[in-house]
Ligand binder design. Structure first.
Ligand code: NDP
Length: 455
């Protein structure tokens, strides 16, 4: 590609789900050199909702299904292959009061002629008493990330919700729990027929119809749920070690509140059938403007439409500065590779990052450096996001610290010994002492500072 960074960007895409990456792919192939702000912690994780799902079986082109995080890795690689530039941070503020538009991100102001909003929607919480007490101590918003953790193995588990996510999670959790209870507030499931049938036919799942989650109990860890009926007149107690939320989503429109027209539920209002928002040069794609269809394929399609609309709008206003390609055919896409497990024969005392408990034992006892131990599971989308950031920190520290990755699926007993309750969990050791622990995706700077403080 020719020099990409223009003083005013042609197009900034905000959001990195199927909508964002597809918009970026189309814009990149139109030689617009789009800048994509992936998001990081605000409103979910980069890659969007597919990062917290297992097998996507309805995205055409993958006849046997594909893991959600893997599909997103592929979309990302494809967008990058054609010249999309990424900022892996949250867009902090967006000023649409005058053109060109301004976006605050990662300590800088990006100025852009056009913007595609593909910020998606975030998982809802129940917001009832006790939720904060038991959050990560039995309550989780992501069965796919946390299901494999030792506390949930062979335990009674519950999922609340009646949509496709709830059904998918209930079926997924039967791999780990002894029995799964699905708490549904009505007398029917909202999920698609195929998904609902799978739940109803599964002897390891009991559906509790017309029940709400009304309260929690337990000492240190969740042990029981109070389940009033839908009228609130009769209450059951259910003994479970885990409760997984799957109660729908709220659109991520915080950045544009007061600047663009939103509907009563907070979704972006678009001109019937088009990606046009209430401001010129600002387009919407994916779930942020779609309360109805909310599928990966419809989000991708709307990303394509938004990119084509942005391209037309830019050329109509004679604003596009296209880049020229040095190579007509870009290099093959690069995909992340899984970490190999070190054995006695290939363990390296100096490697920046390696996998497995053998490496963990050796480094824990022998390494004089700070040691980052990262617990992951193969289907955990947030792990896909956090791992490259941790590796970047170790690279930046030029070998002053080391990393080991433990796959919870392969070595659950190591995770149990370490008291790990979900993935990703990162523990920082120095001189055989646990100095710090993080659960879930964190800012890279936070981990780096904690290591630097030990050096
Ligand atoms: P949905 O909005 O479809 O479903 C949310 C569910 O949570 C509903 O059953 C709703 O009940 C229930 N609910 C909401 N609030 C509460 C509450 N406070 N207490 C108890 N229950 C509550 O969300 P999903 O995440 O399931 O799905 C979102 C979209 O993603 C859908 O379009 C779905 O088809 C799609 N999807 C597709 C998948 C696939 O095809 N593989 C997998 C997962 C999702 P009620 O029905 O009473 O409103």
């Amino acid at each position: 590609m020719g020099s990409a960074a223009a003083a005013v960007e042609n197009l900034v895409v905000i959001g990195s789900g199927p909508a964002g990456y597809t918009a970026a792919l189309y814009a990149a192939r139109a030689n617009l050199s789009p800048l994509l702000i992936t998001g990081y912690q605000d409103g979910g994780i980069p890659g969007g909702q597919l990062m917290t799902t297992t097998h996507v079986e309805n995205f055409p082109g993958f006849p046997d299904g594909i893991l959600g995080p893997e599909l997103m890795d592929r979309m990302k690689s494809q967008a990058v292959r054609w010249g999309t530039r990424l900022i892996e941070a949250d867009a902090e503020a967006l000023d649409l009061s005058q053109r060109p538009y301004k976006i605050q991100v990662d300590g800088q102001t990006v100025v852009a002629h056009s913007v595609i909003l593909a910020t998606g929607a975030s998982a809802n919480r129940l917001h009832i008493d006790g939720e904060d007490t038991y959050w990560s101590r039995g309550i989780s918003a992501c069965a796919i990330c946390d299901g494999a953790t030792p506390q949930f193995r062979k335990a009674e588990l519950a999922v609340v919700g009646g949509g496709d996510s709830a059904c998918e999670e209930a079926v997924y959790l039967t791999k780990y729990g002894s029995h799964v209870h699905l708490i549904v507030r009505k007398d029917s499931l909202r999920a698609s027929r195929a998904m609902a049938d799978r739940v109803l036919a599964n002897p390891q799942i009991t559906v509790h119809w017309n029940r709400q989650v009304g309260g929690f109990g337990g000492d240190q860890w969740l042990e029981q749920l109070q389940l009033p009926d839908s009228e609130g007149s009769a209450c059951e107690t259910l003994a479970v070690k885990g409760l997984f939320y799957a109660i729908g989503h709220t659109p991520n429109t915080r950045l544009v509140k007061g600047q663009l027209e939103l509907d009563a539920k907070g979704y972006l209002v678009i001109e019937g059938g088009s990606p046009n928002t209430s401001k010129e040069g600002v387009f919407a794609a994916g779930d942020v403007a779609d309360a109805q269809w909310r599928q990966a394929i419809t989000a991708a399609a709307s990303g394509c439409q938004a990119a084509l609309a942005a391209e037309r709008w830019l050329s109509h206003h004679d604003l596009a500065v296209t880049v020229s390609r040095e190579e007509v055919e870009p290099k093959a896409a690069e995909l992340p590779q899984p970490t190999t497990t070190a054995t006695e024969s290939d363990f390296s005392a100096d490697a920046l990052w390696q996998g497995g408990s053998y490496a963990l034992r050796r480094l824990y006892h022998e390494s004089p450096k700070p040691l980052l131990v990262t617990y992951t599971s193969p289907s955990c989308g947030p792990c896909h996001v956090f791992k490259p950031q941790l590796k970047r920190v170790l690279n930046e520290l030029e070998g002053a610290a080391q990393g080991v990755e433990i796959n919870l699926e392969d070595e659950p007993e190591i995770a149990a010994q370490a008291g790990v309750t979900g993935t990703p969990t990162v523990q920082l050791f120095y001189g055989k002492e646990l100095k710090k622990q993080w659960r879930g995706v964190q800012q890279r700077s936070e981990v780096k500072q904690a290591i630097e403080a030990l050096l």
